[in-house]
Design a protein around this ligand. Structure first.
Ligand code: HEM
Length: 463
C-alpha cells in the first residue's frame, strides 16, 4: 500500500473530514465498526499508509510466525525517540534482546511476586484505603478515581523499579514534578503520531515551537529527575537491592541508557495499570451483579472480613480473574499497536503488505468481534472465561491485550496482581456510585494509553 496524501475512498474521506465523529464517540469505535464489517477483518487507511487488522491469524503471523519481518521500525522509534530514547519499548534487535533478558531475569523470579505484593499491599493499606475512607459517605466527596489510580500506580512502579517513593498518593502533597512532566511527554509524543505527515512535528521541533517546545521542556525535566534517581541509587548502593534499576545498574554504566531503561518501565507499568483499573471500576459501577459475585467469591475463599494474605489465595479467586480479563477484553489499556513491515509480505487473510507499510493490530476492535466472542461480544460477562467455575485462558492472538508472541508484556503477572488486589479491596470495603452512569461508552483522550476524558468521578459509601 502506497502512502497517499489524498484519497477519496470512503474510509479515507471519513478519516480526513472526521465525519465518523457524528456517529461515534471515539476513533477506535469507528475502526471497530469498520473492521467488524470487513470480510477479512482488515482495512486500509491509505492517507496514513496504515493497514489495520482485527484478524487473529494475521496477529499471530505478525507477532510470532514472521516476527522478524514486523519490527517496531524506525518511524515509531523516531516518534517516541526523544521521550523513550533506547528504552525497551522503543528498540528492536540486540538492544531489545539485552533489556528483555535482564528484565525477564528479574520479573520472572518467584520472589519478585511477593516483593510486588508487599509494595502494592502497603500502598493500599497506608494510602489508598485511608484516602478513600476520608471521602466516603460525604455528599461533596466526589473523587476522580482515574487520577487516584494514576498516583497509586506511579508510586508502586517507582518503588518497584527504583526502590524510591515519590508519595504521589498523598493528596496533601502536590503531584510530583516527575509525574506531571511524564504525563505531558507521553501525551505530546502520542500526538506526534496523529499528524498526517511527520514533517509537521519535525519542523515544529526544529523551530522549537508550540507543543514541540513543551515536549522538549517536559523531557528536560524528566532527564534531570531520572538522572537524580540514578545518582541517589548509586550513592545508596545497588548490589543488595531488589528493584529493577539496581539489577540494570550492575551491568550498565551509561547513565543515559539507564535513564531510557527506567523511563520505559515506568511507562509500561504505570499508565497501563491505572487505565485497566479505571475501566474495570467503571464497568463494576454499571454491573452491581458482578460486584456481588466478586464479594461472594472472596468471602467464600478468604473468609468474611478476612484479608488476602498470600498469592495462593489470589490464585483461587477465579471469578475475579475472569472479571479482569473480561474488562480488559472490552477496554484494553493499549488499544492498538503498530509494526512496520521490513519486506513485502502477504498476511494469512490474503492482504498484500508492501515493504515499509505500517501494520496495526487492534485489541480494542478485536474485543468487539462477533466472530471471536459470539453474539454477546459487547456484554460484560466474566462467565465467558470460566469453565466449571475455573478460569480458562483464551488463545492470546484472539486477546492480544498484553501483546503475544516474542514481545509479550513482561509485567503481565505483576499487573494482574496489582489490578486484582486494588479492585478487591475497593469492592469489599465500598459501594461505588458512578457520578455520570448514563454514558453507554467512555470517551477517550488522545495518548499512548487509554484514558477516560473527564476522569472517573465517583461517590463512595463505606460498606
Ligand atoms: C494492565 C496492564 C498492562 C498491559 C495491558 C500491558 C500491555 C503491554 C503491551 C500491549 C505490550 C507491548 C507493547 C509494544 O510492544 O508496543 C507490553 C510490553 C511490555 N510491558 Fe506491559 N502491560 C501492562 C503492565 C505492565 C507492567 C506492570 C509492567 C512492568 C512491571 C510491564 C512491562 C512491560 C515491558 C517491559 C514490555 C516490553 C516487552 C518487550 O518489548 O519485549 N507491563 N505490555
Amino acid at each position: 500500500m502506497k502512502l497517499k496524501l489524498w484519497c477519496n475512498c470512503e474510509i479515507c474521506d471519513g478519516y480526513l473530514t472526521m465525519s465518523w465523529s457524528k456517529q461515534f464517540d471515539n476513533l477506535c469505535d469507528w475502526y471497530a465498526h469498520l473492521l467488524s464489517k470487513s470480510p477479512t477483518k482488515t482495512i486500509h487507511i491509505h492517507v496514513l499508509g496504515n493497514t489495520i487488522t482485527a484478524n487473529p491469524d494475521n496477529v499471530e503471523y505478525m507477532l510470532k510466525t514472521r516476527f522478524d519481518n514486523f519490527p517496531k521500525g524506525k518511524p515509531f522509534s523516531t516518534i517516541l525517540g526523544d521521550f523513550l530514547g533506547r528504552g525497551i519499548f522503543n528498540v528492536d534487535g540486540d538492544s531489545w534482546r539485552f533489556q528483555k533478558e535482564m528484565a525477564s531475569l528479574e520479573l520472572r523470579r518467584f520472589s519478585i511476586r511477593s516483593y510486588a505484593l508487599e509494595i502494592v499491599n502497603q500502598e493500599i493499606k497506608t494510602r489508598l484505603i485511608p484516602l478513600l475512607s476520608s471521602v466516603a459517605g460525604k455528599e461533596d466527596g466526589v473523587l476522580d478515581l482515574q487520577d487516584v489510580f494514576k498516583r497509586f500506580s506511579f508510586d508502586s512502579m517507582c518503588k518497584f523499579s527504583f526502590g524510591l517513593d515519590p508519595r504521589c498518593l498523598e493528596l496533601s502533597l502536590p503531584m510530583s514534578d516527575f509525574a506531571v512532566a511524564f504525563d505531558l511527554a507521553s501525551k505530546l509524543s502520542a500526538e506526534r503520531a496523529m499528524t498526517v505527515s511527520p514533517l509537521v512535528w519535525k519542523i515544529k521541533r526544529m523551530l522549537n515551537l508550540g507543543s514541540e517546545k513543551q515536549l522538549k521542556e517536559a523531557i528536560k525535566m524528566i532527564d534531570l529527575l531520572a538522572l537524580e534517581v540514578i545518582k541517589q541509587r548509586r550513592k545508596m548502593g545497588f548490589s543488595t537491592h531488589k528493584d529493577l534499576l539496581s539489577r540494570f545498574m550492575s551491568s550498565v554504566n551509561d547513565d543515559t541508557y539507564l535513564r531510557d531503561i527506567v523511563i520505559s518501565f515506568l511507562l509500561a507499568g504505570r499508565d497501563t495499570v491505572a487505565s485497566a483499573l479505571t475501566s474495570f471500576v467503571w464497568l463494576l459501577g454499571k454491573n452491581p451483579r458482578v460486584c456481588s459475585e466478586i464479594r461472594a467469591e472472596a468471602d467464600r475463599i478468604l473468609g468474611q472480613n478476612q484479608e488476602l494474605t498470600s498469592f495462593d489465595q489470589l490464585r483461587e479467586l477465579h471469578y475475579l480473574q475472569a472479571a479482569v480479563y473480561e474488562s480488559t477484553r472490552l477496554y484494553p489499556p493499549i488499544q492498538f499497536d503498530s509494526k512496520f513491515c521490513e519486506e513485502d509480505d502477504v498476511l494469512p487473510d490474503g492482504t498484500y503488505v508492501k515493504k515499509g507499510t505500517r501494520v496495526t493490530y487492534h485489541p480494542y476492535a478485536m474485543g468487539r468481534m462477533r466472530e471471536i466472542w459470539g453474539q454477546n461480544c459487547l456484554e460484560f460477562k466474566p462467565e465467558r472465561w470460566l469453565k466449571n467455575g475455573l478460569f480458562l485462558p483464551e488463545n492470546p492472538y484472539k486477546y492480544p491485550v498484553f501483546q503475544a508472541g516474542f514481545r509479550v508484556c513482561l509485567g503481565k503477572e505483576m499487573a494482574l496482581v496489582e489490578i486484582k488486589i486494588v479492585a478487591l479491596s475497593l469492592v469489599r470495603q465500598f459501594q461505588i456510585h458512578l457520578v455520570s452512569p448514563y454514558r453507554a461508552t467512555p470517551r477517550f483522550s488522545p495518548g499512548l494509553t487509554a484514558t477516560f476524558s473527564g476522569g472517573l468521578p465517583v461517590l463512595l459509601q463505606q460498606r
